[in-house]
Design a protein around this ligand. Sequence first.
Ligand code: ATP
Ligand code: MG
Length: 318
Amino acid sequence: MDEPIVKTIGLKKYFRAGKSGLLNRIFRQEPPLVKAVDNVSIEVQSGEVLGLVGESGCGKTTLGRLISTLETPTDGEIFFTGQKVTRGNWKAIRRQLQMVFQNPYESLDPRQSIKSIVTEPLLKLGFSKAEREAQFEKVMSAVGLDQNFAQRRPKDLSGGQRQRVAVARSIVSTPKFIVLDEPTSALDASVQSQVLNLLVGLRNDFNFSYIVITHNIAVARFISDRIATMYAGQVVELGPTDMVLKDPKHPYTQALLKSVPTLEIKRVEPPHGEVPSLINLPSGCRFHTRCPYVMEKCKTQDPEMRKVGDVNVACWLY
Ligand SMILES: Nc1ncnc2c1ncn2[C@@H]1O[C@H](COP(=O)(O)OP(=O)(O)OP(=O)(O)O)[C@@H](O)[C@H]1O
Ligand SMILES: [Mg+2]
């Protein structure tokens, strides 16, 4: 098999929570650590779409930002088409990656015209004006937006149109890999399916690989080849979409799916119990405080990902 387009090994991102206050400085204490991404090892194959699902605050955006080289890992490694991302080469690698940010209202600069928003990545890469014009026409038509939008501002556009602009911007430099963070969650259901169909079409036409981050299992099912479930900073299950959805192995994935009986496009209700704080994580398996199958072992030992059939799962039941 070819090298995966993206591979992470033991990826970690720890943030310091808040500023170091006076008392902390007097007592020489660092503010506590937020373990937003903690030991994540995943692969995305060329041409593949991976759906990343999990409750709010479990570290999805942080993982997306790490993979897009927008954030420096605390520890662990990222490989892009087999090449290890380092301090020396991340700029060159970043050119082949794009990220569509979680909120299309905030992520598009309100002062810029649509044309300059969409073609900005090309400007940074040193494309000529003529090349930028040609590429602008091409991507606007690919995302189904009229060229007349060129001189308008984001405020003149509907939510769905803005999301198309964000997608146009992400594909304009023909990246190899895109991270889409909640690409449809701000949209009405009908517009949501238009944007999802657009993404599926672009993938077929341009052979992009991407990660789609979503709260919404139905979105993940529609768009992804494989699904990864994330819980409290870790990926706890990863496998082919139909297998994970038909026969989820991890009790957390099972709980997530139980809460979406019809798989309609709607927001996932989290399972019962408190989401653990990423500052003060439970010992052993992080899910043990909410797990209906908890055993003694789960309270003290953290399970590693292991292969169960075609699915990878981190759980002591297997
Ligand atoms: N720059 C930062 N500094 C400190 N803490 C951060 C930073 N970025 C994220 N965090 C924390 O890391 C944790 C994971 O956040 P992240 O945004 O990755 O979650 P998420 O799964 O994308 O959530 P949502 O579904 O709500 O978008 C949260 O506790 C968040 O507060
Ligand atoms: Mg997020």
